[in-house]
Design a protein around this ligand. Structure first.
Ligand SMILES: C[S@@+](CC[C@H](N)C(=O)[O-])C[C@H]1O[C@@H](n2cnc3c(N)ncnc32)[C@H](O)[C@@H]1O
Length: 366
């Protein structure tokens, strides 16, 4: 995340376990919501203070000028992460914060916003550790992984921000061939094609949390969108190939790519992964096979993982090969020497991206 933020021109001021901090304006917030590929949400800090219990939280939070952030006739939801000895129930903390906001706005404006669990309107985030409370506006609302192109999820799809992080870890960049057998709903190749087209990741989304806050100016957001879209080359300079043995998966991937506006940049084909056409120009080949989370499935998947090793060795000389899996013991059965094993979390599942340098006689230049 730090690297992505720095690349976008925002010096990182602090790194925390679940996020990175940078300074910026409201317009920077809008810009980041459009541009971030790996992040899930852009939070804007509005208050920090100390509180030991729910009562103290209320007392401090009712002083926040909520009427300057949340419209009295709007709707707001609250997300939270709480670790505090006196508060066992995260929901209770969120409720106290909600009470403070509602009471304050009612007092100042004569009416109160609606509240609930829908995250597609104004949203807050409460982060409370011991006595330290931080309150943020969640300017993203629905997480940024929801880019708006996935109408057909297919089986076990990867989240879009995870796919972007895998491409980054695999050191793929526009201009390098990408071969993605077992593409499923096409997330990896679609994310790559969006990058190759130079478009911001969130360009398709029509809704963000910031649009529901006091003072939102649509014309400023339109201007940012125009600026980010300008001068982009809408052609991939190297092939992006996505295949799957399941015709329905390819159908879904093609539909998603069409919605994302990048179908012309991806070559789709229905075939077994071993029949995937691998261009001569070296690049990156990434597979995300099934993990097998039920008993007996692992045994069935073993020959598939072994065949991936053969495919890499025989059909992908000069490439960098990657396998993303939540099953480390199957990953080890690929039978080739890994050059890196990169740790990821797919929700609660600990996963690995295994990297292989596939020699073509001489060492692979990259
Ligand atoms: C875990 S899913 C991939 C999900 C994908 N990353 C996405 O984001 O949607 C694994 C895919 O591998 C495909 N598959 C399994 N065995 C295959 C084989 N022998 N050849 C080609 N595709 C295969 C399945 O049809 C399935 O779509």
């Amino acid at each position: 995340m730090s690297e992505e933020l720095e690349e976008l021109g925002y010096p990182v001021v602090r790194v925390a376990p679940a996020g990175v901090f940078a300074k910026g304006s409201v317009n920077d917030c809008m810009r980041l919501n459009l541009q971030l590929r790996m992040g899930l949400r852009v939070l804007w800090k509005i208050a920090d203070f100390e509180a030991m219990d729910g009562q103290q939280l209320y007392k401090q939070a009712v002083r926040i000028p909520w009427e300057a952030y949340v419209p009295a006739d709007g709707y707001v939801s609250i997300g939270s992460s709480v670790r505090n000895d006196t508060i066992r129930n995260t929901k209770f903390a969120g409720l106290r914060l909600k009470d403070a906001l509602v009471d304050r706005i009612r007092e100042k404006k004569g009416r109160r916003p609606d509240t609930g669990n829908d995250s597609d309107k104004a949203k807050l985030f409460l982060y409370w550790r011991d006595e330290e409370v931080n309150i943020y506006l969640d300017t993203s609302g629905v997480p940024l992984s929801n880019r708006g192109y996935r109408v057909s999820p297919g089986k076990a799809p990867m989240r879009e921000n995870l796919a972007a992080a895998v491409l980054k870890a695999a050191r793929w960049h526009p201009g390098l061939s990408l071969v993605n057998p077992m593409c499923g709903s096409g997330t990896l190749s679609i994310e790559a094609a969006i990058q190759a087209s130079g478009r911001p990741a969130g360009r398709l989304r029509e809704n963000f949390g910031f649009m529901h806050l006091v003072g939102y100016r649509p014309e400023e957001f339109e201007a940012i969108k125009m600026e980010l879209d300008m001068g982009k080359a809408l052609v991939a300079s190297a092939p992006i190939i996505a295949t799957d043995q399941d015709p329905e998966a390819i159908e879904a991937a093609r539909r998603n790519a069409e919605l994302a506006g990048v179908a012309d940049l991806i070559e789709f084909e229905v075939c077994d992964f071993r029949q995937t056409k691998v261009p001569d120009d070296p690049g990156v080949v990434i597979l995300n096979p099934e993990y097998g989370d039920r008993m007996g499935e692992e045994k069935k998947l073993l020959p598939v993982y072994q065949a991936i090793g053969d495919f890499f060795k025989k059909q992908c000389p000069g490439y960098w090969g990657y396998v993303f899996t939540g099953n480390r013991s199957l990953g080890k059965r690929i039978g080739l020497k890994t050059t890196r094993k990169i740790e990821f979390y797919n929700g609660p599942i600990e996963c690995r991206l295994f990297e292989y340098e596939l020699y073509s006689g001489s060492r692979n230049p990259r």
